[in-house]
Design a protein around this ligand. Structure first.
Ligand SMILES: Nc1ncnc2c1ncn2[C@@H]1O[C@H](COP(=O)(O)OP(=O)(O)OP(=O)(O)O)[C@@H](O)[C@H]1O
Length: 251
């Protein structure tokens, strides 16, 4: 296995606050890699620095062998790295199909590289149809996004992020605000899609039971620094993690 994403000494300071503190991370190609940690640990900042929303204060980000440190988000996306946000970025006035198709067209505009897969060469409309099918919204393709209930909006959002056919999909709390049932089904959906479509999945998720059941690797942040990393078994057995989370109780 090789790393699709690596950070080396990645640090982000906001004035005197160190939100990310010298983070060395390696995300294995094809894996499901979760980032967990208490509120304010620096998880969203890490995603923002990796995806170009924020410039790192120090350190580097390497993706698919390319140095993408400090590149703006649209250039990072063209490298095959897609992300979603805690705040959903669906266009309300457009239909589900239009939302996904626009994202697919955007992906196509960047498809200049020789190594784009055959699937990426499919027309944006076909790709959008396929994605709506995959996320279970095909029969609602012509409905406006504004008519969608919260859980379906989040699924649509995941469809939008997948439309550029990324190599790595980074989801920041994709199930925030969902009930337990929607949470489980959405995460299962994302994981199935990552297997079928062959992308690596990186996830910030608060539901530890889900994190433990789906992750190949878990990175635990506290106070901006990595305090533990490993398999779910390794991380949940780590005393520092237990202290960080539950004052010593087992995860
Ligand atoms: N733009 C910013 N300016 C100043 N401080 C910030 C900024 N963004 C985040 N921070 C601070 O950096 C620290 C890490 O925040 P971050 O949102 O990355 O944590 P998090 O682990 O994602 O938390 P949560 O689980 O609550 O979303 C916090 O102390 C936060 O207040």
């Amino acid at each position: 296995m090789s790393a699709i994403l690596e950070t080396d000494g990645l640090t982000k300071r906001f004035a005197s606050l160190v939100a990310n503190d010298d983070i060395d991370l390696a995300v294995e190609d094809g894996s499901t890699h979760s980032v967990i940690g208490p509120n304010g640990a620096g998880k969203s900042t890490l995603f923002n620095v990796i995806t170009g929303m924020l410039e790192p204060t120090e350190g580097t980000v390497t993706f698919n062998g390319d140095d993408i440190t400090g590149l703006p988000p649209h250039k990072v996306a063209r490298h095959g790295l897609a992300r979603s946000f805690q705040i959903t970025d669906v266009f309300d006035g457009l239909t589900a199909l239009e939302n996904v198709r626009i994202a697919a067209q955007y992906g196509e505009a960047g498809a200049g590289s020789m190594w784009r897969s055959a699937d990426r060469l499919a027309a944006p409309e076909e790709r959008a149809d396929g994605i709506l099918e995959d996320i279970g919204l095909a029969d609602r393709a012509e409905q406006r996004a504004s008519e969608f209930a919260y859980g379906d909006r989040r699924k649509l959002e995941i469809g939008i992020t997948m439309a550029t056919d990324p190599d790595l999909l980074m989801l920041d709390e994709p199930t925030a605000g969902m009930g337990r049932e929607d949470t489980v089904s959405t995460i299962q959906l994302v994981q199935r899609l990552s297997e079928e479509r062959g992308f690596t999945l990186m996830l910030i998720e608060h539901d530890l039971e889900i994190v433990m059941s789906i992750s190949d690797t878990i990175t635990v942040l506290q106070g901006g620094a990595v305090i533990s990393e490993g398999s779910p078994e390794e991380v949940s057995a780590d005393e520092e993690v237990q202290r960080a989370y539950l004052g010593g109780a087992e995860l």
